[in-house]
Design a protein. Sequence first.
Lengths: 318, 277
Amino acid sequence: MSTLTEENYKSASVRRKRLRQLWIAFLLFPAVTILATFVFLPMISAIWYSVYEWDGLVRGDFVGLANFAEVLFNPQSNKFLFNAFFNNVKVFVTLMIVQNGLALALALLLAREPKGYRFYQVVFFLPVILSTVIIGFQWKLFLNPIFGLVNTFLRMVELDSWALPWLGLPETALGSMLIVNAWHWVGFPTLVFLAAIHRIPKDLIEAARLDGASEWNIARDIIWPLMAPAVTIIVVLTFIGSFNWFEIPYIMGGLEGSPAYSTDMLGLLFYRTAFGSVSAGNSDFGTGSALAVLIFIFIFTFSTIATRYLTSREVELS
Amino acid sequence: MSQKKSGDFGTWLMHIFLGFNALIMLYPIIMMALSSFKTNNEIFSAPFALPKSFNLDNFAVIWNETDVPRYFLNSTIVTGISVFVLLVIGTMAAYAVSRYKFRGNIMVSLFFLSGLMLPLRLAIIPLFIQLKALGLVDNLIGLICIYTAMSLPATVFIMTGFLRSLPSELEDSARMDGASELRIMVQIMVPLITPAMVIAGIYNAVPIWNDFFFPLIFIQSPESRTIAQGLTSFFGEYSVNYGVLYAGLTMAALPIMVIFIIQSKRFIAGMTAGAIK
């Protein structure tokens, strides 16, 4: 009698355990399936596709690394690659200085909670929530050489010689787009930095101030090292964003990086190679995939190295 | 004393700097909105002046003569369904990973975490072929699948963080009372994490609503375009009617700006959620 109940009990516990496993599987199944199908499978396929010849949507022969060689060493096309790559480098460096530098200054000031603190936060963040398409077209209208607000203003204050066709000159087009990008995004790093500064214990800063440390010294010796984790995240996000830069140059300069490829980016080049264009010829999924794999390896390698390096200089508050 | 003086000067400088920046951020948006009430003539002759009247002609053109209302509807459908689905299945997965011990737990967590680092844009070619085979090219369901999938890793990441912070006493006592696992999750745990779900929802909804890249590649027919993508074709059609163009931009910006101004705290918390530990 007693063994029977014990067996009952055992089988009930086994059944409960099975039920629990089934329940966990049920919870995980939809997310795992969708992520595997629409993210991991295409990412792996991209590598696979890059070693084949392609004719439109039809896969041809295995060609080994020929597509990679084509991308990197064909003098007809690799001049576009190097040009675009250096433009992306310019984007990263400029955004680090202009966008993130300004964000740091704004965050340090906002951290002192001046009058209108909430208002400033909302205003600085306002453009961040808008689509790049809206921002790009809006500034394209503002920068119109003849009736755009920017040049009308410059003529009003007698700076006629400054009223340039900003998006039409190879010397000024990329810079103009980067200022637009900084205007669009500066609120994001500002508020990330601000949140990091707010997490620094107040008495630490107060004590330094009582000891007679200057505001500059407090910012450099206390706030800056302690906000390092936020800096790591922003640098890495800026890096990834700069090398994936696509929307602003596409909308403001077009698919060919006008004028004269001065705003050409890896993202635009990839799009042209994969889906075809005037300069890149017909759609080519083979070289397109090879280019995508190269861009991915580059971004992945450098953001990993940067994360490692930047994390190593972070200090922990115990 | 001297310190106080320099502090005052510094405070002035700070307010000038912050105020100037606020002006630079706001002025272009105000100009965009004001220009949307102007005729072409006014835009050329008096670009900085207030509009002569707040007539809605430009908006009427958009409402009656373009597909922009349709684009709005499509964006609402795509964003709404994607965010709903990804919150449900993302929370389910995060719940499994954070509240149960099971073999392979770490593997599953790593699987979701590594998804954070994959830029799906670079896999656009295989994705295109795959969706073509499934008949999902030029189809809003295709977009919903992509957005749901690419937003899942961050959602699982955010939700896991919140779920881990909940104490296990509540769960344990309910379990002693014989409540089923489903009941514990839906009736006890989920109500506790709704604020986190709002944050994860905003974090994903804004970029999905604003996205332009995936529709550019996957949507061709005008009746399936989203608002961000639709603006590009609208700009081609009305390229010389500047008042209408400004009205289109203002209309596209307005709904999200209104929600942001009402809910700015939640928006800021939501959109920076991925970058703040």
